[in-house]
Every structure is written in C-alpha cells, then in structure tokens.
Write a protein that binds this ligand. Structure first.
Ligand SMILES: NC(=O)c1ccc[n+]([C@@H]2O[C@H](COP(=O)([O-])OP(=O)(O)OC[C@H]3O[C@@H](n4cnc5c(N)ncnc54)[C@H](O)[C@@H]3O)[C@@H](O)[C@H]2O)c1
Length: 269
C-alpha cells in the first residue's frame, strides 16, 4: 500500500487552491493512483471522501490525514455492491457535504500465476467480479453523485480507463480490456447527458504506472513495456494524478467527453 508515502502531484505545489470549498470522492482511494489523487486534491483545498474495501489501511491513513488537519472521511465499501456505494456516498455527504467532484478510480486486473487467462480458461465468477468492480461501480457512484451536481449545475466526473481499453494489450485479460473500453463509452455518453447542467465527464487512459497493481505480472514484463514507451520508463501515480486534477479543475471547464492517455507514449492510441 503506497497511500501517503509519495509526493503530492506537481500541480499541487503551484500554490493555487483549485478545489477550495469543494468535496471530492475517490474510489479505490487507498491504492497507488487513488492515493496520489487524494493527496493532490487535499493539497489544493478539497475535502475528500475516500472509498475503498481495504479498511485497515483506509482507517489508518484517514486518521493520519486528519491529524495533519485535512478534511477527509474514509468509507469502507465493496464498490461492486450498490448498497455499499449508497451507504458510503451518504456517509461522505453527511460528514463533508455532497460532492461536486467524483473520481471513479477503482479497478482490478486479476491474473493467474502472472498471466492473463484466455477466454476458454476464464471462470465466469472472475469475469463477473471484474465487470462489477471496474464498470458497475462507476455507474453506481455516478448515479449517486450526479443528482446533486445537476441541481448545483456544477460537477466533474472522471473515469479511470486504460490504454488497454483503447488498444490491444496482451498483458491484460479480456475482462479488463472490455471494462476499460466500456468506461470510454460511458464517458462520452454521460458527457452528452450531463453537459447542459455544466457537469463535465472525462476519462484517463494510463499506460504502465508503478503501483501495487503491477505486481500481478513478472517484473520483466513491466521492464519490457517501459522499454517500448516513447519516454522509456513506467509512469508514476503522481503523473496520473496531475492529469486527473486538470480534468477536475476549472481549467478544463470546456473539455468534456475526452479520454487522455497518460502513458509516456506507449501504444499512442
Ligand atoms: N497501474 C497501472 O499501470 C494502471 C494502468 C492503467 C489503468 N490503471 C487503472 O487505475 C486505477 C487504479 O489502479 P492502481 O494501479 O492504483 O491499483 P491499486 O491496486 O494500487 O489500487 C486499487 C485500489 O482499489 C481498491 N479496491 C479493489 N477492489 C475494490 C472493491 N471491490 N471495492 C473497493 N475498493 C476496491 C484496492 O483496495 C486498492 O486500494 C484502476 O482503475 C486501474 O485499472 C492502472
């Protein structure tokens, strides 16, 4: 768990409090990219609701952040279950006020012995789990958060896709690619539905980023990917957080329905 162990994103050190007075919600908040996004939002004045099913790490980190004077609320939830998303959303709204920024960041990419299973090997239960966590959770959280955003005529929804949702990538299995492609479809569709209410919806397509998720494949594979990117390296969670904070900010107020690669020039979709 890398929560709290890394530097805040570069944009967070500019001195601007782009998110002062706003509540943001981040799913998968305790993970590599999620925790960098949380740090960035907090550094720029947001109150942040953290949702994750890693209760031990989430509670400890939230306590640490509160000790530093940050306005955070950790809500334990398995986001694949609508009832748990509903309870987490209600708790965060009660404690921090309703959110105008939602980061649908959570995602899993299961492998078996470091390898993505082929279609004929895939247990239906694993398929269902990935669809529920990666895709259904984004629908659940967006369904819960958008009534307030629409009423306020102010909102930012950011979906965490992947370059594997745009191009074939042999490291991941089809369930991951399918859910990440679906998030791109949702980004465009929701952008069209919500635009008239000044709610923007954008997505990020990270390449290979150094987080605990990468441990599911052997190191040689990650090194090989780094070698074929234009920038010849893996990305950092802070580099994804910087792009995320841009979409969440007023600087991106005329940008909607877009999915930005943050991939160091890998696959260049
Ligand atoms: N790391 C990469 O190279 C990479 C590349 C492209 C896209 N992404 C995407 O970025 C997002 C974050 O990835 P990461 O690398 O930080 O992953 P991570 O494994 O470091 O973090 C994922 C977090 O989600 C939480 N989580 C998992 N299942 C959950 C559930 N059912 N309910 C609640 N919380 C749950 C975990 O506890 C963990 O804290 C994911 O959507 C991932 O697909 C990552």
């Amino acid at each position: 768990m890398s929560a709290g162990t890394h530097a805040a994103p570069a944009s967070a050190t500019s001195g601007a409090a782009r998110f002062a007075g706003q509540t943001a919600i981040v799913t998968g908040a305790v993970g590599g990219i999620g925790s960098a996004i949380v740090e960035g939002l907090l550094a720029e004045g947001a109150r942040v609701g953290l949702i994750d099913f890693n209760g031990l790490a989430g509670d400890a980190w939230a306590g640490q952040l509160r000790g530093q004077g940050r306005a955070v609320c950790f809500a334990l939830a398995d986001v694949s279950r609508y009832e748990e998303c509903e309870a987490a959303y209600a708790r965060i709204s009660d404690e921090l006020g309703p959110a105008t920024i939602l980061i649908n960041n959570v995602g899993i990419s299961p492998k078996t012995e470091g390898r993505a299973l082929k279609v004929w090997e895939m247990p239906p239960a694993e398929w269902d789990r990935v669809v529920s966590v990666n895709l259904n959770s984004a629908f659940y959280m967006t369904r819960l958060a958008t009534p307030h955003m629409v009423a306020q005529r102010k909102g930012r929804v950011i979906n965490m896709s992947s370059v594997a949702g745009k191009a074939y990538c042999d490291i991941v299995a089809a369930h991951y690619a399918a859910t990440k492609a679906a998030l791109i479809g949702l980004t465009r569709h929701w952008a069209a539905e919500l635009g008239e209410y000044d709610v923007t919806v954008n997505g990020l397509a990270p390449g290979r980023i150094s987080t605990p998720l990468l441990k599911s494949v052997p190191q040689e594979i990650n090194d090989a990917v780094a070698g074929v990117t234009a920038l010849r390296r893996l990305g950092t969670p802070e580099e994804v957080a910087d792009a995320c904070l841009f979409f969440a900010s007023d600087q991106a107020r005329f940008v909607t329905g877009q999915v930005l690669d943050v991939a160091g020039g890998w696959l260049m979709t």
